[in-house]
Ligand binder design. Structure first.
Ligand code: NAI
Length: 328
């Protein structure tokens, strides 16, 4: 099949080309997919997109008019795709439901440990010849209660790793997971999780129901000095409420791999440019905040699995084989 690949980076080309044994015709385009760039898909039967491509109703209508019949996401989350518009235009949508929960879970733990032991600050100090320890005191992870919101593939691996730290783990998920239960994870209501946890980590998809699940009211319920980690989707947090929580000290530390307005910022070298997002700029001023630019998935194993499943999805579609049905 002819496939237009949007938001294509060097590493996408490398891994997709390596996985392309069936020899689909892959056309790589650097721009993000949106109304202005959709025309690049002219002559393609499929588009392949990533987390920040804008696959809204207008873009889908345009793609259909160009003859596109398949949207292949090379990620798990599909909150950026208007599924009902895709159904209306008879365009199939496929994704990579699992590629390496370890990649994201391990990055989540990396953020927890770095924030706790202030590795980001220690790294800079030592390089400048400052070996003072003031301000670097952390806490033992051992015995701290961690609240995991969403215990699917990634949340489960986070819980598994945390058992090694001997952290009591609470979870909130409408569909409790037997693997987590067998690890000793205790399922509770969200409010109890927020009230009891020293660390809260988000691993649920972004839906219209849980946008800003961590808002002012949720923050009020949390322990003073709580550590909050979000490697899922930016809009799960009300960022203004988070900034207020950091200013008051209610939130003791914050680790982010995602940001609500990240499509304007992430995945590009903007080091020589002026940052125009004042909310993001404010987040960067806090010494107790670590932000990574949506890199939790970024391991060799994950990239290789993403490419393999994406090619397999395209081949299945081409051969009229059954595809995963995505819930709207
Ligand atoms: P999954 O589908 O295996 O698990 C998600 C879990 O969240 C399910 O058990 C579901 O029941 C639960 N859930 C749904 N709504 C909830 C709510 N309101 N409150 C609590 N739990 C809820 O998904 P997986 O693979 O574990 O991924 C989780 C999320 O991680 C993805 O949706 C995506 O947004 C994010 N992600 C981030 C990456 C990164 O590089 N930063 C890479 C991959 C995924």
């Amino acid at each position: 099949m002819k496939v237009a690949i949007f938001s294509a980076k060097k590493y996408d080309r490398e891994f997709l080309d390596a996985a392309n044994v069936p020899r689909h015709e892959l056309r790589f385009f650097e721009p993000l997919l949106n109304e202005e760039t959709a025309g690049l898909a002219t002559g393609s039967e499929a588009v392949c997109v990533f987390v920040n491509d804008q696959v809204n109703a207008a873009v889908i209508a345009k793609l259909r008019s160009l003859g596109v019949r398949l949207i292949a996401l090379r990620c798990a989350g599909y909150n950026n795709v208007d599924l009902s518009a895709a159904t209306k235009h008879s365009i199939a949508v496929v994704r990579v439901p699992a590629y390496s929960p370890y990649a994201v879970a391990e990055h989540t733990i990396a953020l927890m440990l770095a924030l706790n032991r202030k590795v980001h600050r220690a790294y800079n100090r030592v390089r400048e010849g400052n070996f003072a320890l003031d301000g670097l005191v952390g806490f033992d992870m051992h015995g701290k209660t961690v609240g995991v919101i969403g215990t699917g593939q990634i949340g489960t691996v986070v819980a598994q790793i945390l058992t090694g730290f001997i952290c009591p783990t609470l979870a909130f998920d409408p569909f409790p997971n037997p693997t987590c239960r067998s690890l000793g994870v205790r399922y509770v209501e969200l409010n109890e999780l927020l009230a009891q946890s020293d660390i809260v980590s988000l691993h649920c998809p972004l839906t219209s129901e849980n946008k800003y699940i961590i808002n002012n009211a949720a923050i009020t319920r949390m322990k003073n000095g709580v550590m909050l980690i979000n490697t899922s989707r930016g809009a799960l947090l009300d960022t203004i409420a988070i900034i207020n929580g950091l200013k008051s000290g209610k939130i003791g530390s914050l680790g982010l791999d995602v940001y609500e307005e990240e499509e304007e910022i992430f995945f590009e070298d903007r080091s020589g440019l002026i940052l125009s997002d004042d909310v993001f700029a404010r987040l960067l001023t806090f010494p107790n905040v670590i932000i990574t630019g949506h890199q939790a998935f970024f391991t060799r194993e994950a990239l290789s699995n993403i490419a393999a499943t994406t090619i397999e999805n395209i081949t299945k579609f081409e051969n009229n084989q059954p595809l995963e049905k995505l819930a709207g």
